[in-house]
Design a protein around this ligand. Structure first.
Ligand code: PLP
Length: 391
């Protein structure tokens, strides 16, 4: 018996089930066309909604920040890592989002780990949608609060659970705004009403609403006109914003509490000057113009319409996220491999990212795709779809 036999066994099992993840490598900036495993291919699966990942204005801002501030903060925010850039960014972001205050963190994942266990603990109750993102699930695991997992988007079940736990001194409802693998929206107005009826706090993860929903991409709270009624908005700067980072935003008092208590803020070093400056440039662009957001939606509508005409099952998406439902993991990998041979990059998404038997390609349209690019992708999807008997 070798010490690592369990690893060898589990890895072969993953391979046998078609769940082994072959990770492709990017060799260029991320754009409509991207070098992947050494080949220039049409990129249909990055979260580069607005094309900011290689925007010249963000690149310039990052370079300038390095010249002024160097490459790293060399400290956590609460000791010596808070640069004027962080403060300026938080103010700009809060203004853009229409909230009182914002706190910048190292990633969206960190932001969820920061907020949830700070807001609730032993003796409190947490209500979480069954399809919430892994980082919310892990945030929930870090608290001693009792956890109620409610069926996906089911506000009646949520209300029932809230009624049962009405005596708990603190209650927090947490949900994805846009569900990242299906592209459907949480029923946020109804969730907020339920929260108000039972005195619960609401936290929404806006990772896929940021830069996508609402006026100028201000996110899901703006989309539903719920300003001031959602206690904490968590967002990422790693998707539509094109950089990397996360934030928590809301009422000044709540944000100040998180600044004093949230562990990833207190015990993990601050975001780098280049990242923060690039994020600031992204906010400036969106504040000034909603053109990139409009282009994203035009492209998404065009692509999704044509894919539906071809006969693909696109699930329940209400956003630019376009799941192409394929069922078995092996079909999804084969589809992805054949597309890649045709110069289209769309990675398979399989268990545990989505439930077993619900494997898919998750196509992400970007504002930087041209109609010619989308037509190219459509012709390849049609060809491979017919080859594999999917359409
Ligand atoms: C990607 C994602 C995150 C994590 O954000 P990062 O900035 O990449 O760490 C959190 N929540 C949801 C719903 C996501 O899709």
């Amino acid at each position: 018996m070798g010490k690592y036999d369990f690893i060898t066994a589990e890895l072969s099992e993953l391979k046998a089930q078609g769940l082994y993840n072959t990770i492709r490598t990017i060799g260029s900036p991320v754009g409509a066309w991207t070098v992947v495993d050494g080949r220039r291919v049409l990129n249909m699966c990055s979260n580069n909604y607005l094309g900011f990942a290689n925007d010249p204005r963000l690149r310039e801002a990052a370079k300038r920040a390095i010249d002024v501030y160097g490459v790293g903060p060399a400290a956590v925010r609460s000791i010596a890592g808070t640069m004027t850039l962080h403060v300026e960014f938080e103010e700009k972001l809060a203004h853009f989002k229409g909230v009182e205050a914002a706190l910048s963190l190292q990633s969206g994942f960190c932001a969820n780990l920061a907020a949830i266990p700070t807001l609730v603990g032993a003796g409190h109750v947490l209500f979480t949608d069954e399809l919430n993102h892994a980082s919310i699930i892990d945030g929930c695991r870090l608290t001693k609060a009792e956890r109620v997992i409610y069926p996906h988007g089911d506000v009646a079940a949520l209300r029932k659970a809230l009624a049962e736990k009405r005596d708990a001194p603190r209650k927090l409802i947490v949900t994805d705004g846009v569900f990242s693998m299906d592209g459907d929206l949480a029923p946020l107005p109804e969730i907020v009403e339920a929260a108000e009826a039972f005195g619960a706090m609401v936290m929404v993860d806006d990772a896929h609403g940021e830069g996508v929903l609402g006026s100028h991409g201000r996110g899901i709270v703006d989309h539903f006109g719920l300003h001031g009624r959602v206690d904490i908005e968590m967002g990422t700067l790693s998707k539509a914003f094109g950089v990397v980072g996360g934030y928590l935003a809301g009422k000044a008092e709540v944000v100040e509490y998180l600044r004093q208590r949230a562990r990833p803020f207190l015990f993990s070093s601050a975001a780098t000057p280049a990242d923060v400056a690039a994020c600031m440039a992204a906010v400036d662009i969106l504040q000034a113009s909603d053109e990139p957001v409009k282009k994203l939606w035009d492209n998404a509508r065009y692509f999704k319409g044509k894919m539906a005409e071809l006969g693909f099952d696109l699930g329940q998406s209400q956003t630019p996220i376009t799941p192409v439902m394929l069922g078995e993991a092996t079909t999804a990998w084969e589809f992805s491999k054949r597309l890649f041979a045709e110069d289209v990059f769309a990675q398979a998404i399989v268990y545990p990212t989505v439930p077993r038997g619900k494997a898919r390609l998750r196509v992400m349209v970007s504002a930087v795709h041209t109609q010619e690019d989308l037509d190219f992708a459509l012709s390849k999807f049609a060809r491979v779809g017919r080859q594999l008997g999917v359409i």
